[in-house]
Design a protein around this ligand. Structure first.
Ligand SMILES: [Zn+2]
Length: 489
């Protein structure tokens, strides 16, 4: 009997169910961790390949690295950042360009001044700061596109907007801003979520080109900064309660120049005239939009269609559905975009950048990087590509808030996360109950097995006249034995 008890005890303690809770309910941290979203503008997915990046490498070891992520089209700064904040494609959130414009007055505002046009941003989609605040969390934002605007009468409550002529590449300023976000906002003011923006390596990529030594040097600065961020978090004792997501809005590709290529100059395309155009948005990289004068749409469209071998021309409603850039009233009736390496000029070649973005989001060079580390993320995990519309539902999940309607889904990123703990007390109660049930089942099963085997053995030892019945019993015992094995394990 003692041996039987030991066997039963062994079965209980070694069953898979008994060992499961160590994976499912470890740790004692609170249900919600803090979250820091960082964007390094224009950090292409492969910028760490030709530069020594020890801090980014360490972050990948300690957390999750995506091979790359796919930004929304148009692959430019304000629209793509607002997708990170809302989880919506650009045609759904309506921040369709870096520029605000009025087709009637011909007025245009550049990137910086557009930050202060509330109606441009507050267009039906709420950024995550507002949603978090409405659900009782404390949110902050530093320099992130969209920070200056008011949404349904509400702003992100803790914020810093850069001055008009700000040097986005000053590393000393970067560290001061990091100290503010981590030391003041997360540590002293106990914020739950902060979005933090750096304007590099975008500027270096534009000015010198993505393959230049200057861009590589800037990636080293980014890498040092990632190390500084993680050290500062450690110094404030926040490492175990702060998740970090680092990504970007788009990538960068080299602009083709010189006699090697025929540049796209709309005024030189036969049959096209700016006299037929009421308003235009060209000379801003590889994409543009046109509003033809009344009755001129077909003429303009037919002239431009096929007008240059590297120029794509669409009526707004005929844009490829995969780009999600057709269904918004702010989009003008004709949309243009160029093949990689080409930019669209109107009258003169006025664009001198060596690097550009704004191309089709399927172009490999347009893909940004993605890294994440923290208590809720897996360690040393490389994941496949996903669209950046999925960052928003991931962030809402991490913060434990209900998301607004969006175009992403948590299913596309949840494999990066450590399996979510149930409420600690409930889970322990459940697992204890489970162990008791399994233990009792094992004991009962074992006793029944012993009983049947013993009984059938005794029957077999009786006179031949009962042999038929004993065989039936043996058969039954064998069947029941199988059932019990399934019950026990
Ligand atoms: Zn950008």
């Amino acid at each position: 009997m003692l041996l039987l008890c030991l066997a039963v005890f062994y079965l209980i303690s070694s069953s898979p169910c008994a060992s499961a809770p160590s994976w499912y309910s470890t740790g004692s941290r609170s249900a919600r961790n803090k979250l820091l979203l960082i964007s390094f503008d224009g950090f292409r997915w492969d910028y760490d390949r030709d530069v020594d990046t020890p801090n980014l490498d360490k972050m990948a070891q300690d957390g999750v690295k995506a091979i790359y992520v796919t930004p929304p089209f148009l692959t430019i700064t304000s629209p793509a950042h607002f997708t990170l904040l809302t989880g919506r494609y650009i045609e759904n959130h309506g921040v369709i360009h870096n520029m605000w414009f009025n087709t009637t007055t011909q007025e245009k505002k550049q990137y910086y001044m557009t930050q202060f046009v509330d109606s441009y941003w507050d267009n039906g989609s709420l950024p995550i700061w507002i949603t978090a605040q409405r659900q009782g969390l404390k949110a902050g934002s530093l320099h992130f596109p969209g920070t200056a605007a008011t949404y349904k009468g509400e702003t992100v409550r803790v914020r810093k907007v850069e001055p008009r002529f700000y040097d986005h590449s000053n590393e000393t300023d970067w560290r001061l801003n990091i100290n503010k976000v981590i030391g003041e906002w997360f540590h002293q003011q106990d914020l739950d979520f902060v979005s933090l923006y750096f304007g590099e390596p975008d500027s270096a990529g534009h000015k010198y080109g993505p393959d230049s030594p200057e861009r590589r040097k800037m990636v080293q600065q980014v890498d040092r900064t990632v190390g500084y961020i993680r050290d500062t978090i450690q110094d404030h004792g926040l490492t175990d309660q702060l998740n970090i997501i680092i990504t970007a809005d788009h990538g960068m590709t080299t602009v083709l120049r010189g006699g090697l290529v025929k540049e796209i100059m709309l005024s030189k395309i036969p049959g096209f005239s700016f006299k037929d155009i009421k308003f235009h948005l060209v000379d801003y990289g590889p994409a543009g939009m046109l509003l033809p004068k009344e009755g001129m749409l077909e003429k303009v469209y037919q002239a431009l269609k096929g007008g240059h071998p590297h120029l794509h021309v669409y009526k707004k409603e005929e844009m490829p559905a995969r780009l999600h850039y057709s269904n918004h009233p702010r989009l003008l009736p004709i949309i243009l975009f160029a093949d990689p390496g080409y930019v669209i000029n109107g009258f003169l070649p006025v664009q001198f950048h060596k690097g550009e973005h704004g191309f089709d989001n399927q172009v490999t060079d347009m893909k940004p990087f993605f890294r994440a580390v923290g208590p809720d993320f897996q360690k040393n995990q490389v994941v496949g590509p996903f669209e950046t519309v999925n960052v928003y539902p991931l962030m809402c999940h991490l913060l434990g808030i209900n998301p607004e309607i969006n175009d992403g889904h948590i299913d596309n990123t949840k494999h990066m996360l450590v399996p979510k703990k149930k409420a600690e007390g409930n889970n322990n109660k459940m697992s204890t109950r489970l162990q008791v049930v399994v233990g009792l089942s094992a004991v009962t099963g074992f006793l029944v097995l012993v009983f049947i085997v013993t009984t059938s053995y005794a029957l077999c030892k009786r006179p031949k006249i009962r042999e038929e019945n004993s065989c039936k019993l043996k058969h039954a015992a064998s069947e029941e034995n199988t059932d019990m094995e399934q019950t026990i394990f």
